[in-house]
Design a protein around this ligand. Structure first.
Ligand SMILES: Cc1cc2nc3c(=O)[nH]c(=O)nc-3n(C[C@H](O)[C@H](O)[C@H](O)COP(=O)(O)O)c2cc1C
Length: 217
């Protein structure tokens, strides 16, 4: 099937992009309102964009039914300029889903989901205690694109539980962390347990050697 987006509904575009740009990591973002109200919500329009400076990007859709038309997370980051990305792992999946419910702004999703908090090291926004890893971020830039907002966040600190760090690198022991990813708009997720595929990255010299070796067709 071909879809020309000039005459495709917004819902279909969402369904297609959600299913084709997958799996996506999930950022469970904690943020604070001007009144100090803690908020948490999951976002899978999320990835890291560059390392120097260390920037992550998050896409936040509009919320037409709210007073100012935006989600709490976007409003909090716009006013407070700080947030924490809590890495979502298998053991947090159900609670993460509760944080995705469109609760009224006065409700603390963390309490409803049964999460507790831990102070962060650099930003004022707490991280989720049950999350095995988290990125502390400061707002670098907020881009208004139509009704949506794209948040560029500079990562100013990272937390990883010791057991998930291989001190040689240091590398993240992703095989043990068991992060989950979002797959499409049909409530499908992917878990990464036992799903690792090791493919050595080749440089040009290695590729020449590799290309000369006999391969099974
Ligand atoms: C796994 C998952 C991923 C989501 N990803 C996004 C996203 O990338 N962008 C977005 O605007 N909403 C996304 N949502 C919906 C928000 O989490 C939801 O609108 C939430 O209520 C926003 O909360 P807030 O108003 O407290 O910020 C996602 C929901 C789930 C469950």
């Amino acid at each position: 099937m071909n879809f020309n987006f000039q005459n495709t509904s917004a819902r279909t575009i969402y369904n297609l992009i959600n299913g084709l740009v997958a799996p996506r990591p999930i950022a469970l973002i904690t943020s604070l309102s001007v009144n100090g109200q803690l908020n948490a919500a999951p976002f899978s329009a999320y990835n890291y964009l560059c390392i120097n400076p260390p920037i992550i990007g998050v896409g936040i859709a509009a919320k037409p039914e709210s007073e100012d038309g935006i989600k709490d997370t976007a409003r909090n980051i716009e006013t407070q300029k700080e947030f924490v990305v809590n890495v979502v792992t298998e053991d947090m999946a159900q609670a993460m889903n509760i944080c995705g419910i469109d609760f009224p702004s006065r409700i603390n999703e963390l309490e409803k989901a049964g999460f507790s908090t831990e102070i962060s090291t650099v930003v004022h926004v707490p991280r989720i205690k049950e999350a095995h890893a988290a990125l502390e971020c400061r707002l670098y830039e907020m881009i208004h694109l139509g009704q949506s907002r794209i948040i560029l966040g500079e990562v100013v600190a990272a937390f990883v539980e010791d057991q998930y760090i291989d001190s040689q690198g240091p590398y993240v022991l992703a095989e043990d962390l068991h992060s989950i990813g979002r797959m499409n708009g049909l409530d499908n997720y992917v878990h990464t347990r036992d799903a690792f595929l090791k493919i050595k990255r080749l440089n040009y010299k290695e590729w020449i050697e590799y290309s000369r070796m006999p391969h099974e067709s």
